[in-house]
Design a protein around this ligand. Structure first.
Ligand SMILES: [Zn+2]
Length: 174
């Protein structure tokens, strides 16, 4: 089964689990719980800035932050990064013990702390290759429309229907 990323690189989904035959996003209610939670989070995350940029510039410099291109970590403990800062995360994850926290929401805080303390990848660190050349990966060229549909879907649901999905939508502006 081929894997796809929706909206941001990083998290990957079984194509048949999240997309209909025509390539559009399935209704959330038809997805298994785990991908459903991540897809719903992505609707919020695609418009967020890179967290490393944000740590550099602060809220008052938010317009100088690049938009996130990639997401790592777990739902509600995501690490959002631009292309420039992804290498810092990969370095931390592989060389600075970050992998010990894989699968945990603690990844976010731990990486932020390391980065805020001046952590960064060495200049010659070639961390990107495996991410960009993964043969399974099929990045959506223009993912935004799908996630727009998702926000419409969510905002058209009743409170009850949303409750039944059993996902945390508190960040969504519905
Ligand atoms: Zn950045």
């Amino acid at each position: 089964m081929s894997k796809v990323s929706i909206g941001l690189r990083g998290w990957r989904f079984d194509e048949a689990t999240v997309l209909d035959d025509d390539g559009s996003l399935k209704p959330l209610a038809q997805m298994p719980e785990e991908p459903r939670e991540r897809i719903a989070r992505l609707a919020t995350l695609v418009t967020e800035p890179c967290q490393a940029c944000w740590l550099v510039h602060g809220e008052e410099g938010r317009q100088r932050c690049k938009q996130a291109q990639v997401v790592y970590g777990e739902p509600l403990g995501e690490v959002l990064l631009c292309d420039d800062h992804e290498v810092d995360f990969l370095y931390w994850f592989r060389e600075e013990g970050g992998a010990d926290l894989a699968g945990s929401r603690l990844v976010q805080n731990a990486f932020h702390q390391w980065f805020a303390d001046g952590g960064e990848a060495p200049e010659d660190y070639g961390g990107m290759e495996h991410v960009d050349t993964d043969p399974d990966e099929l990045v959506q060229p223009d993912p935004a429309p799908e996630l727009d549909d998702l926000e419409t879907e969510l905002s058209n649901m009743s409170e009850e229907e949303r409750d039944q999905l059993n996902i945390d939508l508190s960040d969504l502006d519905l």
